[in-house]
Write a protein that binds this ligand. Structure first.
Ligand SMILES: [Zn+2]
Length: 198
């Protein structure tokens, strides 16, 4: 984003936050709230930095390698923002793929998770977008992605169930390969996968 555009967007966010604070009956001139609109606009540019960014760019540079067995990157911490309430959901992602001649640097997979998480999201779509990105970029035989996360919108409001976690799965490609990945991740993280029998 260009810096003028950036400044203009920050200004819009700041005035919106000020309006929200006024609408809930707050005095926006008191010391504690004075810089809150500015802090939130800075926070938002970080939380939503993935909007408009294509995660495939991180997987463009790969390495040719005669390796045709499962590759797992597990326990990737992430946070995202639920698009229904603009509250965070926080959890772990586990990614597995079986390459067919092309592998990528491990940090790149974590970057894919981050870019897709830093936008208004729902967990189901985040999971399938990660799987689709890897599938499309790596021409992998199989891809399997698991995400387990706690949603603040469920913890703080409505049903108020702290500690409940939502688990979502996406698989792409050859199903025997998917089974291998599923078992490999399952052996490391049995809790995440215990409810996966359909
Ligand atoms: Zn929500």
């Amino acid at each position: 984003m260009k810096s003028n555009e950036n400044e203009e967007n920050n200004r819009i966010i700041q005035s919106a936050i000020k309006s929200i604070l006024e609408s809930i009956g707050e005095d926006v001139t008191r010391e504690g709230l004075l810089d809150t609109p500015k802090r939130i606009s800075e926070l938002y540019s970080e939380l939503f930095s993935g909007v408009g960014q294509d995660p495939k760019e991180f997987l463009e540079i790969g390495f040719s390698e005669n390796y045709y067995d499962p590759v797992l990157l597990t326990n990737i911490s992430f946070f995202s923002i639920c698009e229904h309430h603009l509250l965070p959901f926080i959890g772990k992602a586990h990614i597995g793929y079986i390459p067919q001649g092309k592998v990528v640097g491990v940090s790149k997979l974590a970057r894919v998770v981050d870019v897709l998480a830093k936008r208004p999201q729902i967990q189901e779509r985040l999971t399938s977008q990660i799987a689709d990105t890897i599938n499309a970029s790596l021409d992998a035989l199989s891809v399997f992605v698991v995400i387990s996360a706690e949603h603040m919108c469920m913890t703080l409001r409505g049903v108020e169930k702290p500690g409940a976690s939502l688990t979502t799965f996406s698989e792409r490609g050859d199903s025997d390969g998917v089974d291998k990945l599923r078992m490999a991740i399952y052996s490391e993280y049995p809790n995440e996968l215990e409810n996966m029998n359909e």
